[in-house]
Design a protein around this ligand. Structure first.
Ligand code: HEM
Length: 251
């Protein structure tokens, strides 16, 4: 007879995942629509953290000269962005009335104040210093952002990797640089798709109304779709895209 594995000394599923703690602080005890709204934001923030770990890991690999590991980290990111983006599909099922009720309780709080989202932009190389001074960040978030602003960006790490390979003239160098270049472009595109879906959702619920952070709402988010995560590698606007509107405004 095959005995079940001895689990006496092995942490159980709930312990590994620290589910008691996680669910105690997660926004999952409210009525259904509010639970969806807040838990969706929390879930996205967990995924943003996963994205940040991948970007850090890709940057470290490039600095070590390990293009393969860097590419493996980056190539997963568009799939992660797809998962994050799908939260907008679920949120779009809220009725306008329910959305308006939830919005009425938000005050000036907004995803605009997501420090991790800005960390992703800063890590990649999109560094608009005006985001360092927005309201609604706590001191820890402000310090993290200031630190990211000074760190080496993925854009710089990539340029150094590319230049070192070119100087060494090593076999396969061009292929590995191209693979990384494509992976960065694919991530940039996947974040642009997130921005587009976000703008659509804001349009659905807000029409022409301002966002809770006081921006022009959907119009601000549409303009943000023209921003590049890697302005040094892919100067904005990316090839083939209309240069119609300025992507510089913070409102
Ligand atoms: C019904 C759902 C949502 C609506 C209507 C909405 C609307 C908006 C609006 C209008 C802004 C512009 C800033 C402002 O004035 O408030 C904004 C920014 C932002 N939101 Fe959302 N949002 C929604 C869901 C989400 C979710 C689920 C996330 C995931 C964390 C998110 C993350 C962000 C981020 C990161 C920004 C800053 C974007 C940037 O500056 O480029 N939003 N949102």
């Amino acid at each position: 007879m095959v005995c079940p594995a001895d689990t006496t000394h092995s942490p159980a599923y709930g312990d590994f995942l620290r589910l008691d703690e996680l669910l105690a602080i997660a926004c999952v005890r409210d009525e259904a629509d509010r639970t969806l709204f807040f838990a969706a934001h929390q879930a996205c923030e967990i995924w943003f953290a996963v994205v940040i770990r991948h970007l850090e890991s890709a940057r470290a690999a490039m600095e070590r000269g390990d293009g393969t590991e860097a590419a493996e980290n980056l190539e997963r990111l568009p799939n992660i962005m797809q998962v994050i983006t799908q939260h907008f599909d679920v949120l779009s099922t809220l009725t306008s009335q329910s959305f308006d009720e939830i919005r009425g309780t938000l005050g000036t709080s907004s995803g605009f104040q997501s420090a991790q989202y800005r960390e992703i932009e800063f890590l990649c190389g999109a560094r608009d210093p005006r985001f360092l001074n927005i309201s609604g960040l706590n001191p820890g978030e402000r310090a993290r952002l200031a630190d990211r602003f000074e760190q080496k960006s993925l854009s710089s790490a990539f340029a150094e990797y590319r230049d070192a390979r070119a100087a060494a003239g090593s076999p396969g160098a061009a292929t590995s640089v191209e693979r990384l270049h494509d992976a960065l472009a694919a991530f940039d595109d996947s974040v642009r798709s997130w921005r587009v879906q976000h703008a659509r959702l804001a349009e659905q619920f807000l029409g022409a109304a301002q966002g809770t952070a006081g921006s022009s709402g959907a119009a601000y988010l549409w303009r943000s779709t023209e921003r590049s995560l890697f302005p040094e590698i892919f100067p904005q606007p990316r090839s083939g895209e209309p240069a119609a509107r300025s992507a510089n405004a913070l409102s």
